[in-house]
Design a binder for this molecule. Structure first.
Ligand code: AHR
Length: 315
């Protein structure tokens, strides 16, 4: 009987611990851009897995690349009284009002990946890579690979998004040092494989099969993957007839490098949930001295290390 009582007591204590920890689990609302690219899909999966590991109650909202969906999601997080909000913003503008609403509700906001053009006092910190550096790394690679002589066609990311703005600026700042490297055509492929393919098809047409074009520079890998399809369908040899450089470092780009169809990609890390939640949870525990920009490093890869990077990524 005594043993049974003791067991009953232990069970009650265990239930109380579970109930207490469930009650104290942090609820974080995350407004994600969408699922436009392989990088984005990997980032979403990492945010979900990392939240589960940490016992975070994550409210995940996919905006399907529409800012209006993000504004609705953030307002719904505010109404639900979440402990913190993470936003990966589609575009840089249009955030002030909703950020003020979160501030009035005393809910801290963290910006992840893409940037906002808002008063920095409206959010705690941005945890993200340096998109301008990514553009500069791509530009520097092209300058050496082309020996300073190249007509480039550019596939831009989503118009008004921080990576499209900054990668373009970074790339242009480096090629400006080389008078014989020029961007001769530039259009948005919206960061998607389909968009990259369609724009590339029109570039192939308007240049009579990429005559005089030495390189394709794309603001992400998925657009290059689409461009590779377009080039192959047109009987061209991507990575050989024309140099290719882009950003993200997704598994399929390393596979393309190993097949001899791609030349370089700057890796944007997708397993960044750990960095984001470290800052959010640190802040909720009382650490309030984070820098406004917590920088995540990026680096450039080529066929020389493609197999090793692919293996690291489990591909
Ligand atoms: O904001 C990061 C960019 O967004 C990635 O480079 C691209 O793949 C995604 O759509």
């Amino acid at each position: 009987m005594r043993g049974a009582n003791r067991f009953g007591g232990l069970l009650a204590a265990a239930v109380m611990v579970v109930v207490a920890s469930a009650a104290s689990a942090q609820t974080i609302g995350f407004s994600q851009v969408g699922s436009e690219s392989d990088w984005r899909t990997a980032f979403s999966a990492d945010m979900k897995a990392e939240a589960q590991k940490r016992g975070i109650n994550l409210k995940f909202s996919d905006a399907q690349q529409k800012e209006e969906n993000q504004l609705k999601a953030v307002r719904s997080f505010i109404a639900q009284g979440v402990d913190a909000i993470v936003i990966a913003p589609v575009v840089v503008t249009g955030w002030d009002q909703v950020l003020k609403e979160a501030q009035t509700a005393k809910i801290p906001v963290f910006i992840a990946d893409r940037a906002v053009q808002s008063d920095p006092s409206l959010f705690v910190a941005r945890i993200a890579a340096d998109f301008n550096l990514e553009g500069r790394l791509a530009g520097a690679w092209l300058a050496q690979a082309s020996k300073g002589q190249c007509n480039v066609v550019e596939l831009q990311g989503t118009v008004g998004s921080a990576p499209a703005i900054e990668r373009k600026k970074g790339f242009e700042s480096v090629i400006a040092l080389f008078p014989d490297i020029k961007i001769v055509k530039s259009q948005s492929g919206d960061f998607t494989t389909t968009g990259g393919k369609e724009v590339m098809e029109s570039f192939i047409k308007s240049t009579d099969g990429l005559k005089g074009i030495c390189a394709v520079w794309a603001h992400n890998d998925n657009m290059i993957l689409g461009a590779i399809q377009a080039m192959k369908e047109a009987g061209l040899h991507p990575g050989k007839d024309v140099l290719l450089v882009s950003v993200d470092g997704v598994p399929d780009i390393f596979k393309a490098m190993l097949a001899g169809e791609d030349n370089a990609s700057v890796e944007l890390k997708s397993d960044i949930g750990q960095y984001i939640y470290d800052v959010v949870q640190g802040y909720l525990k009382g650490k309030h001295d984070y820098p406004k920009w917590v920088v995540i490093p990026s680096d450039l890869h080529t066929p020389a290390d493609a197999a090793a990077v692919l293996a690291r990524k489990g591909g």
